[in-house]
Write a protein that binds this ligand. Structure first.
Ligand code: ADP
Ligand code: ZN
Ligand code: ZN
Length: 738
């Protein structure tokens, strides 16, 4: 019997290939190892998928080398599941799961960090002595007296203190040196938190925690849905559950929405735990990623906090996965394959690891609440806020009446203006929320109705006043603004139209010249710490009003905000998608939750042209359960998720007619491969019909089992030649329109 390894290669061959394991490697080799194997005379990277004993065919080639890196077995199992569920090659999944820095063994850039080994008093005494014997060493000591925590060698060298002086001090055990990653130093130096103790839980919190801890203590795979209004103490439960996991020597992965990954969230966790916390965000360098990966594998970091990709952290001995704001759409990767949803991955992964899952939200997704109702998930509810602050009062304003009063368009209703003024006078703060989905400031010609569109993407260009240009929010195309219509050559009829944060800010200044405003949107928060700096400024009272888009909604806590104005919601309600009511309900409830979270009573104003709309009225009462009851009826009636599973197939290329034709051909073959209970929709142009010069067509399929839909797709792929047409398979799509 020979020892044979099934190896999946990185370069896109969808079947694993057999290789012989040489005698010398047999003790060493494990499933998940990265290996180098020959393929047509070239060495290729691959992953060991399984090991077997059988007679080798004479043509079989031996493995060349085993690398000292491997993918943990748990992730390997997850990868196999993902490959089937998301209809994507296993090799692509591996590539995606393992950071490139690990695959290619990139080492992080290290820097030397120096810390004093003496007390301040001892240093002062030494300094006195050294002034007489060695002026240069004394100078170095001065720097350490000034520094809070320690210094980078580079900082000292900049101050013209030589390396030999430092070496001498190290030799005398006055200072010590360690190698750390430069970027991590930000975190290291900021670790001056007041540590917090676990709070005495309210009865509701205690019940919820007990329920979670029963699963945790018995290492049972259970999904808990923690449904609690904003400010009801969900985070406190996460903290105490993590503590229990630590006490059992188990690791935790905590997922938060991309945008909530601010120092505000992280501080709360760092202040509670002395243990090392790995923070994963997409802006981390390759070196930092290697370091994270290693520190998790070595169990140095037992808590990981991160956005969606953190669900793939190679945490051994995983006990708990928390998905905060579980309804949030940023958990879904929508633009590229694999189109995974980190919430689903969390559940599958926990099942593999016998870990416990907590999904937390004030506005659970319809699917999750449905699963809780069916007892697939365990429901834990928090109905009260521990500090007894009451929920905000919500008013709905009919903008049709406001327009009549004003005799034309206005951003602000009279009531909103008077309340902003009132907050301004009291020194309290206001958030103005602008829903930009479907609405932008665009340029039109009122003479010939020409809309200025991006020629590559078929969407209206957005006008940016400060820089005076038009830009496309899909592809980034920029052009100086027009003063003459290129179509009818009119000079007088060029008009700006629609909503924009910048315009709202300017209009507010026109009404209240002394009001101080800040603006949070994609333009003002582009830099690495952009939105954090902005939010810090606002929290510190540097402005009276914060105008912003989606990004001001999530998980932020501004104690002096007592008024939230929602300027427009109707655009999102009009998007033809089965989730649009749900999205709007979540958005309105979450925005409302930003108002009045401490001792100050909060108010919310929702401005709308559809004041009788049911979703808006239910959001006004922050009545999730009634919303759920009516929404679930709709879903059932039209056979939408959770009553069915959906896959969206998107075809794109630069050739419009060819793309449409292939989509039709694919559909025809797929129909034959699907079962008779499955539904297939017609081919249509996507809501965004053209992006970056690529024409996009789509159709949906629905059925009881995702896996059987996937195998029908796999089969069809083999029966058709897609040529240059790109096919994106979106399993459980968030949006069926765009
Ligand atoms: P959520 O995560 O549900 O929005 P938080 O955990 O942030 O709620 O709690 C809201 C506020 O209530 C925080 O200031 C938190 O410190 C406080 N809090 C939470 N639990 C308790 C408790 N048991 N006793 C007193 N204060 C609490
Ligand atoms: Zn474009
Ligand atoms: Zn014109």
């Amino acid at each position: 019997m020979d020892s044979i390894a099934e190896v999946i290669l990185e370069n896109n061959i969808d079947k694993p290939l057999d290789y012989l394991v040489p005698k010398a490697m047999q003790e060493l080799i494990k499933v998940g190892h990265i290996v180098k194997v020959p393929l047509r005379g070239v060495l290729r990277t691959g992953y060991v998928l399984s090991l077997k004993k059988e007679q080798a065919a004479p043509s079989i080639l031996p493995i060349e080398t085993i690398e000292d890196r491997s993918i943990p077995e748990e992730l390997l199992n997850l990868a196999e599941w993902m490959s089937k569920y998301y209809c994507i090659n296993l090799s692509k999944i591996f590539k995606f799961l393992m950071p490139i820095s690990i695959r290619e063994n990139v080492l992080p850039k290290m820097q030397i960090f120096l810390t004093a080994q003496k007390t301040k008093k001892e240093l002062l005494a030494l300094h006195q002595e050294l002034l007489l014997t060695s002026a240069s060493q004394a100078k170095a000591i001065e720097q350490f007296l000034k520094a809070q925590k320690g210094l980078f060698l580079t900082e000292l060298l900049e101050k013209e203190i030589s390396k030999s002086v430092i070496d001498a001090l190290i030799k005398k055990n006055i200072i010590s040196s360690q190698k750390i990653i430069k970027e991590q130093s930000d975190l290291l130096l900021n670790e001056d938190f007041f540590s917090t103790k676990p709070k005495t839980l309210s009865l509701e919190q205690e019940n919820a925690l007990n329920s979670v801890s029963q699963s945790l203590q018995s290492s049972r795979f259970n999904v808990h849905l923690l449904f609690g209004v904003t400010g009801s103490g969900k985070t406190e439960i996460y903290l105490q559950a993590i503590q229990q996991a630590l006490d059992m020597n188990k690791g935790t992965i905590m997922l938060v929405p991309e945008i909530a990954l601010t120092s505000q969230t992280i501080e709360r966790f760092k202040a509670r735990f002395k243990e090392k916390i790995a923070i994963i965000h997409h802006k981390r360098s390759a070196g930092e990623r290697s370091k994270d990966w290693q520190s998790m594998l070595s169990e140095e970091a037992k808590i990981v906090i991160g956005a969606r990709s953190a669900v793939f952290s190679p945490m051994p001995n995983l006990g708990l996965i928390i998905v905060d704001e579980e309804h949030d759409s940023s958990y879904k990767q929508q633009e590229e394959a694999p189109a995974y949803n980190a919430k689903n991955i969390a559940i599958v992964r926990a099942k593999i690891a016998n870990a416990t899952v907590i999904l937390g939200s004030a506005t659970p997704s319809i699917e999750s609440y449905f699963n809780a109702k069916k007892n697939k998930y365990i429901l834990n509810e928090l109905t009260q806020r521990p500090n007894n602050s009451s929920l905000a009062k919500v008013h709905v304003i009919d903008m049709k009446t406001e327009m009549q009063k004003k005799g034309g368009f206005t951003y602000f209703s009279e009531e909103l203006l008077s309340k902003i003024k009132n907050r301004y006078d009291l020194g309290e703060q206001t958030l103005l929320f602008l829903n930009r989905r479907g609405f932008n400031t665009s340029l039109i010609c009122t003479n010939c109705s020409n809309v200025f569109k991006c020629s590559s993407c078929d969407v209206a260009l957005t006008f940016h006043k400060r820089e005076n240009y038009l830009s496309c929010h899909l592809c980034g195309f920029k052009i100086a603004t027009y003063h003459q219509c290129p179509s009818c050559h009119s000079l007088e009829h060029i008009k700006y139209q629609g909503f924009g944060t910048e315009h709202v800010e300017a209009s507010l200044h026109a009404i209240f010249p002394t009001i101080r405003t800040l603006r949070a949107d994609r333009d003002t928060t582009q830099t690495k710490h952009g939105h954090e700096i902005l939010f810090k400024q606002f929290r510190a009272g540097k402005a009276d009003v914060l105008v912003g888009t989606q990004m001001i909604v999530k998980g932020l806590h501004f104690p002096s905000v007592t008024l939230v104005g929602i300027l427009n919601t109707d655009g999102a309600l009009n998007i033809p998608d089965f989730r649009s009511s749900e999205t709007v309900f979540q958005l309105l409830t979450q925005v409302a939750g930003r108002s009045g979270r401490e001792e100050l009573q909060g108010e919310v104003i929702i401005q709308t042209f559809m004041p009788e709309n049911e979703t808006i009225l239910l959001a006004k009462n922050q009545d999730f359960k009634s919303f759920y009851s009516s929404e679930i009826e709709n879903r059932k009636l039209f056979n939408y998720p959770p009553f069915t599973n959906m896959i969206k197939l998107v075809f794109s290329s630069k050739d419009e007619s060819k793309t449409a034709m292939i989509a039709e051909d694919f559909r025809k073959i797929l129909v034959q491969n699907l079962s008779s209970e499955d539904t297939i929709h017609p081919v249509i142009a996507c809501g965004r019909a053209k992006v970056k010069d690529h024409f996009r067509f789509q159709f949906l399929i629905r059925g009881k089992r995702t896996l059987s839909l996937c195998s029908a797709i796999e089969k069809t792929k083999k029966q058709i030649n897609l040529g240059s047409i790109h096919l994106f398979i979106d399993v459980d799509p968030i949006s069926t329109f765009f």
